[in-house]
Design a protein around this ligand. Structure first.
Ligand code: AMP
Ligand code: ZN
Length: 117
């Protein structure tokens, strides 16, 4: 289930370079190219889904969310805290239409900070 025109499918396949943070059978995690926090990692399913509402099987959704928590733990963020963001379609300023979870942390946040758009 790969889309040949999709940026994040190409990253999963290694056709476009990325800085890998974590990988398992289901998900791939890599550094955001324009980080908004000390930790700003994107977690994506290896299969292509346009967004979180794209009829993702519950088991795959679970792996995606578990991957985000695994990345937060890997970065030592669980104690101090972290934020996950999933932008979906135009009103939320989704720019890459392969579902991805932003994992953000490493400094104090407040409401609206960071604004991921
Ligand atoms: P969104 O606005 O939620 O669709 O987020 C897309 C994210 O992908 C943004 O935070 C971008 O900085 C990030 N991004 C775009 N291209 C790349 C890339 N080649 N490698 C890593 N991150 C990227
Ligand atoms: Zn894709």
């Amino acid at each position: 289930m790969h889309d040949p025109d999709c940026l994040f499918c190409k990253i999963v396949e290694g056709e476009i370079p990325s800085t890998k943070v974590y990988e398992n059978e289901f998900v791939y995690a890599f550094e955001d190219i324009s980080p908004m926090m000390p930790t700003h990692v994107l977690v994506v399913p290896k299969d292509h889904y346009d967004n979180i509402a794209d009829n993702i099987p519950a088991e795959e959704l679970g792996h995606l969310m578990q991957g985000a928590v695994d990345v937060a733990r890997l970065r030592g963020l669980v104690g101090d805290g972290f934020r996950i963001v999933i932008n979906t379609n135009d009103d939320a300023c989704q720019t890459v239409h392969h579902v991805h979870v932003h994992v953000l942390g490493g400094e104090q946040m407040n409401d609206g900070n960071p604004h991921i758009a």
